[in-house]
Design a protein around this ligand. Structure first.
Ligand SMILES: *Cc1c(COP(=O)(O)O)cnc(C)c1O
Length: 356
């Protein structure tokens, strides 16, 4: 149990226009903070007014990127219930990331308590409309003010909240993606499976290149042979070839184990579809596309849930997938997952957790 101290604001902000939320642009009235030191462990859990932090310029995180983050959402159902989607999966992943980054672990029950507490305090920020949600961003960073390259002795754990709009404001639009053969995101032995800012910093260049060519996302290949598919942008990726659903296996350690990915696999199997987790060569996908056997492709992640892929560009050669339209499997997954999240589809798998 955390003994959370509450210091609530007297000046609540004016809410933004909920029809123009976008993603991650507005933040709620409060945030959760908790400190770590070697002597005291995790301590001083508190919910305080949202605002700037004062940090020493020598803080380890600014120089050597010892930090981690998570991303999940709170959804409001028609009867006013606020619920989370499989939060313990994010919390488990959080500690796996901490382990990789030499950041001290946090008691999983304490993390859930902190998330629920801060969401409950700012419950009036959770959007009412289906499709809109409250994005939850827990993160931890190293705060030792020393330039030596060592794991820090002190950390700050924060949770901030941001109301976000419907990802697909005007219907689901399949995205065009570009195969990246120059830059890589992760390699075996690296931090690909951990949710850390450094992975994103190193992905910006490839992403910028794709955007300059008019593409939404990058298809990342493995960093060693440049042959096997890892992920698409910041999403896990699935291909349907001859009716078989294939997604890259996690065992190389360069792929982020998505909660949406795991949930999609479970649902697909429960529907009796064949789902295979294995190494998937880009050449196999391109051959299937050329022979008309690539039925569908989609990305999975908390932000978009299911993101159909309508076109795959390989150095100028364009492969259109499913006529650039959303496929039946992608659509069924999207409807089921979002239905469970917003409480319009019965949660038979016990995936939702009530905040209040
Ligand atoms: C967060 C993330 C995902 C998706 O994970 P979800 O738990 O489904 O949101 C996929 N790839 C990368 C690189 C990520 O950071």
């Amino acid at each position: 149990m955390l003994n959370i101290r509450y210091e609530l604001t007297q000046n609540k902000k004016e809410k933004p226009d909920y029809n123009k939320l976008g993603f991650g642009q507005y933040f709620t009235d409060h945030m959760f903070l908790m400190n770590y030191s070697t002597e005291k462990g995790w301590h001083d859990a508190r919910i305080v007014p949202y605002g700037p932090l004062s940090l020493d310029p020598a803080c380890a995180v600014f120089h050597y990127a010892q930090e981690m983050f998570e991303g999940m959402k709170a959804y409001k159902t028609a009867d006013g219930t606020i619920q989370l989607f499989r939060p313990m999966k994010n919390i488990e992943r959080m500690n796996n990331t901490n382990e990789r980054m030499c950041i001290p672990k946090v008691d999983p029950d304490d993390i859930l308590e902190a998330i629920k507490a801060v969401v409950a305090v700012d419950a009036d920020w959770v959007p009412e409309e289906e499709g809109k949600s409250l994005y939850i961003r827990p993160f931890i960073f190293a705060t030792d003010a020393r330039l030596g390259v060592h794991p820090s002795h002190t950390y700050l754990f924060a949770i901030i909240l941001s109301p976000v709009g419907a990802y697909y404001a005007s219907g689901i639009n399949p995205v065009k993606i570009c195969i990246e053969r120059e830059y890589v995101r992760a390699v075996k032995g690296g931090t690909g499976y951990a949710k850390v800012g450094g992975n994103y910093a190193s992905s910006l260049k490839g992403q910028e290149k794709a955007e300059s060519m008019g593409y939404a996302q990058v298809l990342w290949l493995d960093g060693i042979e440049r042959k096997y598919i890892d992920e698409v942008g910041a999403m896990n990726v699935f291909f349907v070839i001859d009716g078989e659903v294939i997604t890259p296996a996690l065992n190389e350690g360069n792929i982020l184990p998505g909660v949406t990915r795991a949930s999609a696999i479970e649902l697909l199997k429960s529907w009796g579809l064949t789902v295979t987790e294995r190494r998937l060569a880009i050449d196999e996908v391109l051959a299937a596309a050329a022979e008309g056997r690539l039925n569908e492709a989609f990305g999975t992640g908390t932000a978009a849930v299911i993101s159909p892929i309508g076109e795959l560009n390989d150095g100028g050669v364009k492969h259109v997938i499913n006529k650039g339209e959303i496929g039946t499997i992608s659509k069924r997954l999207y409807d089921t997952l979002t239905g469970i999240q917003w409480g319009t589809v019965e949660d038979t798998l016990g995936w939702t957790v009530k905040v209040k």
